[in-house]
Design a protein around this ligand. Structure first.
Ligand code: TRP
Length: 370
């Protein structure tokens, strides 16, 4: 077997990811064109949400005005950056469609797999994630954010969530864990059973009852979904609607490759100031331009590998303007420095507003977490 030159698992994402190969290998379906409400959203229109499992149920539920849940989780470590924003934007979008929002803070997973204390997990979750979610537009109504270590003050609810996690264990085999995750440890096993309960528990009678649930995630989380989907149909004590899921692309790191919280030159954090944004983009953003201005004018740049352009495909909502930038860069009319300046303006314009809103969010953060 030819080895791929990339790795995508819940514990490791590296190399040059070939998304078409992943679609085949994981057995997910490519995202198709959707009804207008979805296509107005950049992430769906540009196929940044590029694949799914059983998403038809969600489109159908929305179309017929039936309730559904959006459930996802966050790993509370590191800085909240442009890559994390993609998921937050989806939460807010589903909330605007009328979905009930469930968000798990994976503090138990962070404790078991990253050595993070529960106190630090809580601090990171609030400072880095939840304040940014609120600033981006998440509303407290119809939204439950909870910690894996502390599901609910209502014991009936808490019991139901932890009970489900424990009962699911009988329906998984060791070999299945190994096949899904490669290397396996007790901590990882617990994490994935807990994540299965995260994804399924909204359907318990103590919560919303049986209903469609969509789980938007990065494709690295798909092994968790495969397992949860399989277990959910095996456990006869409950009747779950099969989980739906969607998968979004990773935003590339500034210098190409992966955007990683452990390498501050690879990302722009939503708390970065204007000066560092300018410096980081100018210094680190991988350019698809030619080595000299003369050659660039003659041969044109390559927007398909240029990270500044790639980032604009996530950030510039105006399709016409984006196409103009693409064409001008490709023809050589727009220079690399000028393209970077467009990105810097876009980022700094957004961040100035956002950072104000983030400070404001402190006033209402208590309405999201208890
Ligand atoms: N494992 C996820 C991560 O590393 C976090 C997570 C926990 C999650 N529970 C979840 C994601 C439920 C989606 C659904 O980011």
């Amino acid at each position: 077997m030819v080895k791929d030159d990339f790795v995508v698992t819940p514990w490791d994402v590296s190399g040059d990811i070939d998304y078409n190969k992943i679609i085949k290998k994981f057995g997910v379906s490519p995202m198709v064109d959707l009804p207008d409400v979805f296509m107005k959203n950049l992430l769906f229109r540009r196929k940044k949400v590029f694949a799914h499992r059983d998403f038809g149920q969600i489109v159908q539920a929305h179309k017929s005005g039936k309730p559904f849940v959006m459930m996802t989780g966050l790993m509370p470590s590191g800085k909240f950056h442009i890559g994390h924003m993609i998921l937050a934007q989806q939460m807010i979008f589903y909330q605007s469609l009328g979905a009930k929002i469930y968000i798990a803070v994976a503090d138990v997973e962070a404790y078991n797999s990253r050595g993070l204390s529960l106190e630090d997990g809580r601090k990171f979750a609030i400072e880095e994630y939840i304040l940014n979610y609120i600033a981006l537009g998440l509303k407290p109504e119809n939204c439950e954010i909870y910690f894996q270590s502390d599901r609910s003050a209502d014991s009936k609810k808490a019991n139901a969530y932890y009970r489900l996690q424990n009962l699911l264990a009988r329906h998984a085999t060791f070999n299945e864990f190994k096949a899904v995750y490669g290397e396996i440890t007790p901590g990882k096993m617990v994490s994935s059973l807990m994540q299965a309960s995260d994804m399924l528990h909204a359907q318990l009678p103590e919560f919303e009852g049986r209903l469609p649930v969509v789980v938007p995630v990065g494709i690295d989380q798909d092994p968790h979904l495969r397992l949860a989907r399989d277990l959910s149909q095996r456990i006869k004590a409950y009747k779950f609607v099969q989980l739906s899921s969607t998968y979004h692309l990773f935003v590339p790191g500034l210098s190409g490759g992966k955007m990683s919280s452990s390498d501050s030159t690879s990302y722009i954090a939503l708390t970065d100031d204007a000066k560092s944004v300018k410096k980081k983009v100018n210094k680190y953003a991988f350019s698809g331009g030619q080595p000299t201005i003369e050659e660039h004018r003659r041969l044109g740049g390559n927007p398909d590998v240029d990270v500044s352009y790639q980032w604009l495909t996530f950030l510039e909502d105006d399709d016409k303007r984006l196409k103009q930038i693409y064409d001008d860069y490709k023809s050589g009319k727009l220079l690399s420095g000028e393209l970077k300046a467009i990105l810097i303006d876009k980022l700094n314009g957004f961040l100035a507003e956002h950072q104000k809103k983030r400070e404001e969010s402190r006033k209402i953060v208590d309405r999201f977490v208890c």
